[in-house]
Design a protein around this ligand. Structure first.
Ligand SMILES: NC(=O)c1ccc[n+]([C@@H]2O[C@H](COP(=O)([O-])OP(=O)(O)OC[C@H]3O[C@@H](n4cnc5c(N)ncnc54)[C@H](O)[C@@H]3O)[C@@H](O)[C@H]2O)c1
Length: 350
C-alpha cells in the first residue's frame, strides 16, 4: 500500500526517477509493475535487496516494507552508501530503535524517517501558526483520531503487536512526533489507558486472534509544562473529521481538521473566530491517502538528496516517537505512568 503511494508521488517530484522495486511477494511485484505502467515509470523488479544492489547503485532507497523488517532492511541498505527514507515506525522496539539511531548518527548520507503527518499542508500551517506564538505558549495540545480499523496487509503482518510494535507505536508514532515537533519540547511522563474492545476479535491467523489495541487515551506531560492528549478510536469513526488537533494557550485556540483542511483561530477575547482554508494541490491530494503529505515529504527528501536543504526529520525523531509509543503501550500494560528522560537518553518506570 505505502509503496504504491510512494510510486505515485515519485512520479510528481521533478527530476526524481524510480529505477527499481524490491519485494519478495510476487503479487506485490505484479501490482507494482501494473501501476508503474499507468504512471509511465520504467523500473526493474527484484525479489530481494542483495540482487538489486548487485545490479545497480541507486542514490536513495525508500524502505516501505512491514514494520518488523525496518531495522534489518535499513541496516543492510546502509552498507551500500545510499540515502535512506525509512517509513514509520522507525523500528518496532526501543532497543532496535536505539541501535539504528546510533548507526544513523554516524551515517554520512541522508537518513530520513517518514513522519509525514508534518507534511499535510493544513497541519504544516497549524504548526507554523502555533510556533509563531499565536495562542501564546501552548498549555494544552489535543490530538484526536477517530478512524476506520487497520486495513488488510500483505501476509496480514499488521494483526499482531510483535510485527507492528503495537498500535501506539505502529500508527500513533505520527502523533507523538507531531506533539514533539509542534511544541519543540520533550515529554517527561506518559500515562495511557487503552484496549482491544471491538476490532479483529473475530479474526484468526494460524489459530491466533489479533492482539492489537483499537482505542486509547494517552496523556503526556511535556518538560516545559504543556499537557498533551491523544484520543484514538479505530472502530467508530463518525461521519466528519478523521483528525482534529487543538493547541490551547493564554491568547486563544488554534485547531486544524482533516479532511476539512481548515485551520481555525478562536481568540480568547471573543474578537471573532477566523477560519482559514488551506489548499493542497489536487495531484498531490489524489496520489495517496495522506492528504498530499507524501508528495511534500518526497519533494523535501529529494531536495536534501540534491544538497539543497538539510534533512528535516531525523533518526532521533524516529527513535523518540517509538519510545513514546512504547511507553504508552507499557503504561496500558502496567496501569502505571512511565517517566521519560530523553535529555539523558533514559526511559524508566514511574
Ligand atoms: N507514513 C504513513 O503514513 C504510512 C502509511 C501506511 C503504511 N506505512 C508504513 O509503510 C510500511 C508498509 O506498509 P503497507 O501498508 O504498505 O504494508 P503492505 O503489506 O501493503 O506492503 C508491504 C510490502 O512489503 C513487502 N515486503 C515484505 N518484506 C520485505 C522486505 N524484506 N523487503 C522488501 N519488501 C518487503 C511485502 O511483500 C509487501 O508487498 C509499514 O512500515 C507501514 O507502517 C506508513
Amino acid at each position: 500500500m505505502m509503496g504504491r503511494e510512494h510510486m505515485q508521488n515519485i512520479a510528481l517530484v521533478d527530476d526524481a526517477e524510480l529505477i527499481a522495486i524490491v519485494d519478495p511477494d510476487l503479487g506485490s511485484r505484479e501490482e507494482a509493475e501494473a501501476l508503474g505502467k499507468t504512471l509511465g515509470q520504467e523500473f526493474q523488479l527484484f525479489e530481494n535487496a542483495d540482487a538489486m544492489f548487485a545490479d545497480m547503485k541507486p542514490d536513495a532507497v525508500i524502505v516501505a516494507s512491514p514494520n518488523f523488517t525496518h531495522f534489518e532492511v535499513a541496516r543492510r541498505a546502509m552498507a551500500h552508501d545510499v540515502a535512506i527514507l525509512l517509513e514509520k515506525p522507525f523500528c518496532t522496539d526501543t532497543d532496535d530503535a536505539a541501535e539504528l539511531e546510533q548507526m544513523a548518527g554516524d551515517y554520512p548520507h541522508v537518513f530520513w524517517v517518514g513522519m509525514e503527518y508534518r507534511y499535510m499542508p493544513p497541519i504544516t500551517r497549524f504548526i507554523d501558526r502555533v510556533q509563531a506564538g499565536e495562542t501564546g505558549a501552548a498549555k494544552m495540545l489535543y490530538i484526536r483520531e477517530h478512524r476506520f480499523p487497520f486495513l488488510a496487509k500483505v501476509g496480514d503482518w499488521n494483526r499482531f503487536n510483535r510485527n507492528t510494535g503495537g498500535t501506539l507505536v505502529e500508527k500513533c508514532c505520527h502523533f507523538f512526533d507531531l506533539m514533539r515537533h509542534t511544541l519543540q519540547d520533550e515529554p517527561v511522563r506518559i500515562f495511557a489507558s487503552g484496549g482491544q474492545d471491538v476490532n479483529h476479535l473475530d479474526e484468526s491467523y494460524d489459530g491466533k486472534v489479533p492482539d492489537i489495541l483499537d482505542n486509547a487515551y494517552v496523556v503526556i506531560d511535556f518538560a516545559k509544562g504543556t499537557r498533551a492528549v491523544l484520543d484514538l478510536c479505530m472502530f467508530a469513526e463518525g461521519a466528519e473529521q478523521q483528525e482534529e488537533i487543538y493547541a490551547l494557550g493564554p491568547i486563544g485556540r488554534l485547531d486544524v481538521a482533516i479532511p476539512a483542511a481548515t485551520v481555525t483561530w478562536s481568540p480568547r477575547d471573543k474578537s471573532g473566530v477566523v477560519t482559514e482554508d488551506v489548499a493542497t494541490p489536487s495531484d498531490a491530494l489524489a496520489a495517496g491517502d495522506h492528504h498530499g503529505a507524501t508528495y511534500f515529504q518526497l519533494r523535501d527528501f529529494h531536495a536534501a538528496l540534491a544538497g539543497e536543504t538539510q534533512p528535516k526529520v531525523s533518526a532521533i525523531d524516529g527513535l523518540r516517537a517509538v519510545q513514546m509509543g512504547a511507553a504508552a503501550q507499557q503504561s496500558i500494560a502496567t496501569g502505571l505512568p512511565v517517566q521519560l528522560d530523553f535529555k539523558s537518553g533514559g526511559v524508566g518506570n514511574g
